[in-house]
Design a protein. Structure first.
Length: 475
C-alpha cells in the first residue's frame, strides 16, 4: 500500500539553499553595470547549476534537466536555443565512446589485456605497477569514464593480486603491496584522463568552451600535445611512489603465473574480442588521421559503434541500458549550452575584464603561473572534474589570454590540469571513493602523496610539456 510521499531531508536542505539563493540573486541583488538583464539571469542559473552539481540535491542529469526548465520558464532563452547543444559533435563523441567502452567490458577484452601485461611485467612489484599502468593507457582513448576504467577493469585485477599475496587491511598487511598499487593506479587513472580527449567526460566540455574563444582542439591535437609529458609522467610516477610510499613486498614472482592462469581460464580470443580489437585499431587510426580524409572524430566513433552493433558484439539493449552514457549526454549538453550562451552574451568576457585589472601590470608568463596554480589547487574544493571545469575554466582561460598568454598553450594546460588536479584528494573524481573506500590508504597518506604527485606533475608538464608545445608551435 502506498503510504504517501516521504521527503528526503538530506536532499531537501540543499534544494532549499538553492531556492533561497535563486530568489536573492534574481530579485534582490542588483544587476552589475555593463551586464544585460538576460545575461545576468543566465549567469545566476549557471552558478546555481554548478552549485547544485557540488552539493548534489539531485543527480547531475536531473540538475541539468532542471536548469533547462528554469531557463525556459524565466524566458532567459528560448527552448530552441536551450536544446541546440544536444546536437553538438562533442556531446555525441563522448556518448559514442561510452558505448564503445562497454564492448571492452562485455567481451572480457579489457581484463584479458590487463592480465597479459601483468604476465609479462609482473615479476616484481615495480614491474607489476608498470604492467597495470600500460593497461590503463591502452584503455584510456576508448573509455571516457575514468571510473569505469579504473573501478570496472583495473581495480578488480588489483584486488585479485592483493588476495594472491594476502595484502589486506583486515589482516593488517595492506602495506605489503595493496596500498602502493591502490594509490599509484588512482594517480595513473587521473593521468591517463588528461592524456586523451576521450579519456574522461570533462575533456570534451573543455573543447567546447575553448571553441567559444576560437581555439580549435581536435582529438589528434590533444593526443599529440600530451604524448611527451604524459609518457614522462607515466614513467616517473611508479618510481616516485615506490620511493615515497613504498610497498613492503618488492618481488612478486608468482604474479606472472597467477595472471597466466587467469588468461588460461579465459581461453582463446573469442570472435567478439577479435572484432573489438579491430574496431579499436580502426578508431585510433581514424582519430589520428581521419581529418586528412574528411572523417572527424565523432563520425569515426559512430562508425565503430555501428560495426559493433551490426556484428552483434553489442546489442541495442546494451546501448539503451548504458545509464552513465545517457546521464553524461544530458548534463554535458546543458553545461556546453550554458557556457556558450554566457560567452555570446559577454558574461565570460565581463568577468575576464574584471580579473584582468588585478593582473594588468604583470607579464603573461607570471599570469599563466598564477592562473594555473589557482586553477589546479582549487580542485581541493571540488568533488567533480566537470563541476571544476564548468565553474572556472572559461573565466581563467579568458583572463590568461587577455594577459597575452598564447591561446592554445593555456587552453591545453588548464585542460590537462582539470584531470591531474583530481589526484589531490580522496573525492576528486568518481574513481577516488572506489579506491579510497578499500581502506588500503589512510586519509593523511592520500592527501600527502597526492600533493607530492601534484608538484611533480606540474613540474613535468610545466617544463617538458611547455618545451614540447613550443616545438609544436603553440607558443
Amino acid at each position: 500500500m502506498n503510504k504517501g510521499l516521504k521527503l528526503d531531508g538530506a536532499k531537501l536542505k540543499p534544494s532549499l539553499v538553492l531556492l533561497v539563493l535563486f530568489i536573492l540573486l534574481w530579485f534582490v541583488f542588483p544587476i552589475p553595470v555593463g551586464v544585460t538583464p538576460q545575461g545576468w539571469h543566465l549567469f545566476i542559473i549557471f552558478i546555481l547549476t554548478i552549485l547544485g552539481l557540488i552539493i548534489k540535491p539531485l543527480p547531475m542529469g536531473a540538475m541539468a534537466f532542471t536548469a533547462i526548465a528554469v531557463v525556459v520558464a524565466t524566458q532567459t532563452l528560448s527552448l530552441k536555443m536551450t536544446l541546440m547543444s544536444f546536437s553538438s559533435n562533442i556531446v555525441w563523441l563522448i556518448i559514442s565512446a561510452f558505448l564503445l567502452a562497454r564492448g571492452f567490458i562485455k567481451t572480457g577484452l579489457g581484463s584479458r589485456i590487463a592480465y597479459y601485461f601483468v604476465s609479462i611485467l609482473g615479476k616484481n612489484t615495480l614491474g607489476l605497477a608498470y604492467g597495470l599502468t600500460a593497461a590503463e593507457v591502452l584503455f584510456a582513448p576508448l573509455m571516457p569514464s575514468n571510473t569505469a576504467r579504473g573501478a570496472g577493469i583495473i581495480y578488480p585485477i588489483i584486488d585479485a593480486l592483493n588476495d594472491e599475496y594476502k595484502s589486506k587491511p583486515e589482516l593488517g598487511t595492506q602495506k605489503k603491496i595493496g596500498s602502493y598499487l591502490i594509490k599509484l593506479l588512482y594517480q595513473i587513472n587521473v593521468l591517463t584522463s588528461a592524456m586523451f580527449l576521450t579519456a574522461t567526460a570533462g575533456n570534451p566540455l573543455i573543447v567546447g568552451i575553448a571553441a567559444g574563444q576560437n581555439i580549435v582542439i581536435t582529438w589528434s591535437t590533444w593526443a599529440i600535445a600530451c604524448i611527451v609529458p604524459g609518457v614522462i609522467s607515466l614513467i616517473v610516477l611508479p618510481v616516485l611512489l615506490y620511493i615515497i610510499y613504498p610497498p613492503e613486498l618488492k618481488d612478486t614472482p608468482n604474479a606472472p603465473k597467477f595472471a597466466s592462469e587467469k588468461l588460461k581460464n579465459l581461453g582463446p580470443l573469442s570472435s567478439g574480442e577479435i572484432l573489438m580489437l579491430c574496431v579499436f585499431a580502426f578508431l585510433l587510426t581514424l582519430w589520428v588521421f581521419g581529418e586528412k580524409v574528411g572523417v572527424d572524430a565523432t563520425s569515426a566513433a559512430i562508425f565503430g559503434l555501428t560495426i559493433l552493433l551490426i556484428s552483434g558484439v553489442l546489442q541495442w539493449e546494451d546501448i539503451i541500458t548504458e545509464k552513465r552514457a545517457w546521464n553524461t549526454f544530458m548534463w554535458m549538453a546543458v553545461l556546453i549550452m550554458l557556457s556558450e550562451q554566457l560567452s555570446k552574451m559577454g558574461i565570460t568576457g565581463w568577468f575576464g575584464d574584471k580579473l584582468k585589472k588585478f593582473v594588468s601590470t604583470l607579464d603573461w608568463v607570471t599570469v599563466f603561473v598564477l592562473v594555473s596554480l589557482c586553477y589546479f589547487y582549487a580542485h581541493y574544493f571540488f568533488a567533480s572534474m566537470t563541476a571544476h571545469i564548468s565553474a572556472m575554466y572559461a573565466t581563467f582561460l579568458v583572463v590568461a589570454i587577455g594577459a597575452g598568454a598564447p591561446p592554445m598553450f593555456i587552453a591545453l594546460f588548464l585542460g590537462v590540469s582539470s584531470s591531474l588536479s583530481a589526484g589531490l584528494t580522496n573525492f576528486g573524481t568518481g574513481t577516488a571513493p572506489v579506491y579510497f573506500g578499500t581502506n588500503y590508504v589512510t586519509t593523511a597518506e592520500w592527501f600527502r602523496v597526492g600533493f607530492i604527485v601534484s608538484v611533480v606533475n606540474l613540474i613535468i608538464w610545466g617544463s617538458a610539456g611547455a618545451l614540447w608545445w613550443k616545438f609544436l608551435g603553440y607558443w
